[in-house]
Design a protein around this ligand. Structure first.
Ligand code: FES
Length: 146
């Protein structure tokens, strides 16, 4: 659901922002700290935060998987509800998949793509940067997407 509402322009803008964040070239002035790096354990609990989009506050989360940090809008692609089993508990027991508590949809932690279950498309990925022992959201890049 989250992915299906994006316009082509918004999708291109977000893809550019994600690519920039991966290359470490995102707009530094737009960064917002999410948490200290130590708060994210590989395959462990997510850190929840919020993002502003279209004048609305949206729940989001950051996770660490295979050493790298990823972040998503916290909205299952099935019904748009938050994925957590308990606040911040989104990984399955093995720490392999992001799993929706409602109907068990599985998402790939590195891309947010739907892997199994009733998820159409995937999670809405947010650009994040890890540096100086902290994790940042490339805030300006995200708000450019409408
Ligand atoms: S609401 Fe997430 S799988 Fe149905």
């Amino acid at each position: 659901m989250a992915g299906s509402r994006r316009t082509p322009r918004a999708r291109r803008s977000l893809e550019k922002a994600v690519a920039a964040s991966r290359q470490g070239t995102a707009n530094v002035t737009g960064e917002r700290k999410i948490c200290d790096s130590g708060a994210l354990v590989d395959g462990g609990d997510a850190v929840r935060f919020t993002v502003e989009r279209g004048g609305e506050s949206r729940p989001a989360f950051a996770i660490r998987y295979r050493g790298r940090v990823h972040a998503y809008v916290n909205a299952c692609a099935h019904l748009g509800i938050e994925l957590d089993w308990e606040p911040g508990r989104i990984f399955d027991r093995e720490g392999r998949w992001l799993m929706c508590a409602m109907h068990g949809a599985l998402y790939e932690p590195e891309t947010g793509a739907c892997a199994a279950g009733p998820c159409n498309g995937g999670l809405f990925k947010l650009p994040v940067i890890e540096k100086n022992s902290a994790v940042y959201l490339a805030h300006t890049a995200f708000t450019d997407a409408s």
